[in-house]
Design a protein around this ligand. Structure first.
Ligand SMILES: Nc1ncnc2c1ncn2[C@@H]1O[C@H](COP(=O)(O)OP(=O)(O)OP(=O)(O)O)[C@@H](O)[C@H]1O
Ligand SMILES: [Mg+2]
Length: 424
């Protein structure tokens, strides 16, 4: 060994072979320990950045490095697996239609899902570690969080100028941590309001003729009437009963249209026949009070449309009866059918009547909507006609267009899609 050789050489120089051997051994041990320290430092250096390849060391140090590297690799695999599972879990939460907020024990936000960020108008990064009630200031929410009674959810308007409502449910978990779930209930609220309005409207519509009817019944029962008076009362009672029947029939039609599937395209109806029936009904309703025209273009005479005959007839008949009802005597009403050579067709009813102000037009197809309630009621209308028309046309893939100039008249047009029109 080099250290022993060196010791021997020094011993020879000073003329003492025995101390020379001792010295050689000492130098050898010293060199070994220096080498060992160097290897140890190499290992320590590597452990500072264990991602790098382990140093190739001989002997025991090499084995130590190899084992450490194996343990580290196993730990990395475990970590990667945990991270993948956490990512999957978070993606699952992100995919939920409900918003999720996690709070620490002092109500500071520790995690925000994308939906929650959207619901509450939060920024998933910037707003972390902010106190939740500093960011969501809706009084209903703040009160809910402060009261700490989370058995029921709370309803609050969408914060930060959003339209609609959220249902917010908080729950406790872990040690003082909180989970907040948010759900967009705007549609549900709208449906609830519509249902309430609908019931209120139906009740109101039925109450009026019922009150009148019971008044007449009382008159008949308590007053001695002449035959002429009795006849008049019975006629008026008949009118009210008819009004209620009309209302119930319209409601049933609407319910039936809404609940049934889209009509198939295999039942064909002759446009000529439809127009003839509309003409008979229209002329009957007008009793000569209007100048009415019914025109079918050349192609129209040979055209058939697909769908449910009673529904088409009721939709078109509604438009004709509206024109008759809301057009003063003497004015014109023109009913037209045009089959487009490129496909599709249009049915239109144009009247020279009272017209409709622009602000009413988008609302005409709402149930029970009437521009002039008293005029409509006088003529027996319930405000359901155009909502039936719209439903029928949409179910058949077409659309209803309304154009009107107050004081001049209106045009209601039904377009029939090409798929439901054929020329034979
Ligand atoms: N051609 C028209 N000219 C002027 N106003 C019209 C015309 N058609 C409809 N309207 C207005 O639109 C409202 C809604 O019409 P819709 O047909 O839905 O109900 P209605 O005629 O009142 O009742 P119903 O048709 O159920 O018997 C009417 O009350 C009327 O004010
Ligand atoms: Mg009507």
């Amino acid at each position: 060994m080099a250290g022993a050789g060196l010791g021997w050489w020094i011993g020879a120089r000073i003329g003492h072979p025995a101390p020379a051997a001792l010295l050689g051994a000492a130098v050898a041990v010293l060199s070994l320990s220096v080498l060992d320290t160097l290897k140890g430092h190499q290992l320590l250096d590597w452990l500072r950045t264990p991602e790098a390849e382990a140093p190739k060391l001989p002997g025991l140090w090499g084995e130590v490095a190899h084992r450490i590297q194996r343990v580290l690799r196993q730990r990395d695999l475990l970590l990667a697996d945990e991270r993948r599972r956490l990512d999957q879990l978070l993606s699952g939460i992100q995919a939920s239609p409900n918003g999720v907020l996690l709070l620490n024990d002092s109500d500071h936000i520790t995690w925000i899902s994308k939906v929650a960020a959207d619901h509450f108008g939060l920024d998933p990064n910037r707003d972390l570690m902010q106190r939740v009630t500093n960011l969501i200031r809706q009084p209903a929410f703040v009160q809910y969080m402060q009261a700490g009674d989370f058995r029921e959810p709370v309803k609050c308007p969408m914060p930060r100028g959003g339209h609609g409502y959220l249902s917010v449910q908080a729950s406790r978990y872990g040690e003082g941590l909180k989970l907040i779930l948010s759900q967009d209930i705007t549609e549900r609220e709208r449906a609830d309001t519509m249902r309430r309005d609908f019931v209120a409207n139906v009740s109101h519509e039925i109450r009026t003729p019922l009150t009148v009817l019971s008044g007449f019944i009382e008159t008949l029962a308590s007053l001695p009437l002449t035959e002429a008076e009795r006849q008049r009362v019975i006629t008026l009672m008949g009118q009210q009963a008819e009004r209620m029947q009309g209302l119930v029939a319209d409601l049933l039609t609407l319910a039936q249209i809404e609940g049934s599937p889209r009509p198939t395209s295999d039942r064909w109806i002759k446009v000529g026949d439809l127009m003839q029936r509309l003409e008979n009904d229209g002329l009957g309703l007008s009793c000569g009070r209007h100048s009415m025209t019914f025109a079918v273009d050349d192609l129209g005479g040979k055209t058939e449309i697909a769908g449910v005959e009673s529904e088409w007839l009721s939709a078109m008949g509604n438009l004709v009866s509206n024109a008759v009802r809301y057009t003063p005597d003497g004015a014109s009403i023109d009913v037209r059918w045009v089959t487009m050579p490129e496909g599709g067709a249009e049915f239109s009813v144009r009247d020279g009547g009272i017209g409709i102000a622009p602000e009413h037009i988008p609302r005409l197809t709402e149930r029970f909507y009437r521009v002039d309630g008293s005029r409509s009621r006088e003529t027996g209308g319930t405000g359901l006609g155009l909502s039936i028309v719209k439903h029928v046309v949409q179910r058949h893939g077409g659309e209803l267009r309304i154009a009107s100039v107050p004081g001049k008249g209106s045009t209601f047009t039904l377009s029939v899609p090409a798929a439901r029109v054929r020329v034979v």
